[in-house]
Each structure stands twice: as structure tokens, then as C-alpha cells.
Design a protein around this ligand. Structure first.
Ligand code: SF4
Ligand code: SF4
Length: 320
């Protein structure tokens, strides 16, 4: 019933949601293993999720698919994607094909002894780092990600800066990704970005871009909403903020999300809800299979169309 509500709102706004002709982003979810366990996590990741890692056979299929699909970008996500034992092989496979790579990094992983060479390695291979930092304030950030995580994240950001990230170098782009604390909408605007720059500069941290993601009412965040008795309220907030202008930039139009088992999805959120694109896997999908295909929607999609819109690249419409 909720799924049709989204489609009804789309239709009423004269909008249709279908996949674009060209694939822009090949997003590989390497598994839910993570050194953290954040309250807003929409994939339910944590240190006990080692059994969810993408098997090597699927890693190889993803590499072969880079030639077939010719994406404009390979986006590595998780969990903490760096913890996958073939993370570097995937990065190298994309870079040797001259495909830009995004590492969705939780920052604290860069302080774990086994990964301390990563900032330099990422810089050497010109990998864009999209780093999650809920807020510039220690208190708000630690509330979502755990005590001490803000201090560790800032130390990781200083290490990234030491190898050239966040300094305006186009080969070493650092994007910070924030999300609201609790059941509020993403409030980002230029003024807030300036505030982040000023606050973080006092700690020796700089960045190239700040983007915001709306919290999605699925997985661990949904559990939190249910426990707090706020699920219906939050869903209503998202629906009331439906912005038809946000539809055009939705990531599901030109992103292919690949699960650790090789199944295909319109986006990471549909992956978590297990609503796949049937008929193909990463082993055999062709560009023409995706072009113009309809997109699986549901009540959670209101999270992407609320206010400024929300996607892995941040807002889908320009802010105030
Ligand atoms: S939000 Fe990111 S860092 Fe936090 S548990 Fe989930 S995957 Fe790990
Ligand atoms: S959750 Fe967002 S990205 Fe995924 S299908 Fe819905 S609108 Fe598209």
C-alpha cells in the first residue's frame, strides 16, 4: 500500500521513474563487515558481519563487468569496503581501465594498524574519498557513531590531508558526507557548509565538498524509529516534504547496485530491502538490459525525494 503511495505522488507530479540509457555508477557493496556499528546505519553493518563479504568469484565477475558496462565511476561501499581482502584489487582493476573510483570510507578504519598505509595508497591511485562524518560537533557525531569516534575521525582526516586530500587537488578529492541526528530532514545549505569549514579548520581539517544524506527508514535506523515510537511520524515528515524536482537527480536512474552475491539492485536501499532486479546478475548483465527499465519503488523512496533530495552524491536539487 505504501509503495503505491509513492508512485501515486510521482504520477500526480507528472513524473516517471525509469533507468537512464547510460550507466554512470557501478556501485559494489563488498559486504557488511565494519569496524563500527552506527545507530543510523542503513545496512546493519558491524564487526560481526565477516560472513557477508563478497566472494572472490563475484569480485572477478565485477571486474569483467567493468569492461562490459563501461561505467563512468566505480563506487566501493560496505560496511567498511577497505576491510574486504580484495578491495585493492578492485581499485586497481578500475584505475587500470581509467575509471574513477570512490571509496566510501568511515574514516576510523584508517587508524586500525592493518590499514594505516591506506591514505597514501589511496592518494597514489587517485581514489576519491567520500567520508562519513555525521556532524562537526563531537557530541552530535559521537551520539550516532559511538564515543571517541569523532576524535578518531578527525585524526584520520588529518592523515588524509597530509597526503593531499581536501586541499583542492582534483586527483585527491575529499567529500564529507553528513546525515541528520535522528528524525529530522537534511538541512544543508552554503551557510552550514561554511560553518563546517570554520569549525573543522580549528582542528587542522579541510575538505573539498560537504554533502548530506537523509536517514532512510530502513534497517537499523528503522529499528530505532520503531523503538522510539517515531516511525509513522518520520514517514509522514518525508511524505510531506516530497519534492517533485528531486526526482530527476535520483541515483537509481543511473546507478547499478551490486550485492555481495552478485545480485543487482536499483540502489543500495533496495538491496537492503531485498528487492532485486530479476533476470540477471553481475555475471551477465548487459547495458541494454538496464536502459529504460522501470525502477522498484516503495515507501522508503520518500527519503530520497524529501526536501533537497538525497542520494549517494548528496542533494539532488540545488539548496537554498
Ligand atoms: S554507517 Fe558506515 S561506518 Fe557506520 S556501521 Fe554502517 S557501514 Fe559502518
Ligand atoms: S530508495 Fe531512492 S534511490 Fe532507491 S529506488 Fe527509491 S528513490 Fe530510487
Amino acid at each position: 500500500m505504501v509503495a503505491s503511495t509513492f508512485n501515486v505522488r510521482l504520477a500526480a507530479a507528472g513524473q516517471r521513474l525509469e533507468r537512464a540509457q547510460a550507466l554512470r555508477v557501478l556501485q559494489l557493496n563488498l559486504g557488511r563487515l565494519c569496524n563500527m556499528r552506527c545507530s543510523h546505519c542503513h545496512v546493519g553493518a558491524g564487526p560481526d558481519q565477516g560472513h557477508t563479504q563478497m566472494p572472490y568469484a563475484v569480485v572477478r565477475q565485477c571486474i569483467v563487468a567493468m569492461d562490459r558496462l563501461q561505467p563512468q565511476c566505480v563506487d566501493l561501499t560496505g560496511g567498511a569496503p577497505e576491510m574486504h581482502r580484495h578491495f585493492r584489487e578492485l581499485v586497481l582493476a578500475a584505475r587500470t581501465r581509467n575509471i574513477p573510483v570512490i571509496d566510501r570510507c568511515n574514516l576510523t578504519i584508517l587508524l586500525v594498524p592493518a590499514y594505516q598505509d591506506l591514505p597514501q595508497w589511496l592518494a597514489d591511485h587517485q581514489v576519491e574519498v567520500v567520508a562519513s562524518l555525521p556532524h562537526w560537533s563531537q557530541e552530535t557525531s559521537d551520539r550516532q557513531r559511538g564515543d571517541g569516534s569523532w576524535e578518531q575521525s578527525l585524526e584520520a582526516l588529518r592523515r588524509l590531508r597530509a597526503v593531499g586530500y581536501g586541499t583542492g587537488d582534483p586527483q585527491r578529492q575529499l567529500t564529507l558526507m553528513t546525515n541528520p541526528d535522528g528524525d529530522r530532514l537534511q538541512p544543508l545549505c552554503d551557510k552550514i557548509t561554511d560553518q563546517w569549514r570554520q569549525k573543522l579548520a580549528k582542528h587542522g581539517v579541510t575538505f573539498d565538498q560537504l554533502i548530506g544524506l537523509t536517514n532512510m527508514p530502513i534497517a537499523r535506523f528503522r529499528d530505532w524509529l520503531v523503538a522510539a515510537g517515531r516511525l509513522e511520524h518520520y514517514q509522514q515528515v518525508l511524505e510531506n516534504a516530497f519534492n517533485p524536482c528531486a526526482v530527476r537527480g535520483l541515483m537509481c536512474r543511473d546507478t547499478l547496485s551490486v550485492a555481495p552475491n552478485g545480485q543487482l539492485y536499483d540502489c543500495d536501499f533496495n538491496q537492503m530491502l531485498d528487492v532485486p532486479l530479476p533476470g540477471h546478475t553481475i555475471a551477465d548483465v548487459m547495458p541494454e538490459t538496464l536502459a529504460g527499465r522501470s525502477i522498484h519503488t516503495g515507501g522508503h523512496c520518500f527519503g530520497c525525494t524529501a526536501g533537497q533530495g538525497s542520494s549517494c552524491g548528496g542533494a539532488t536539487v540545488a539548496g537554498p
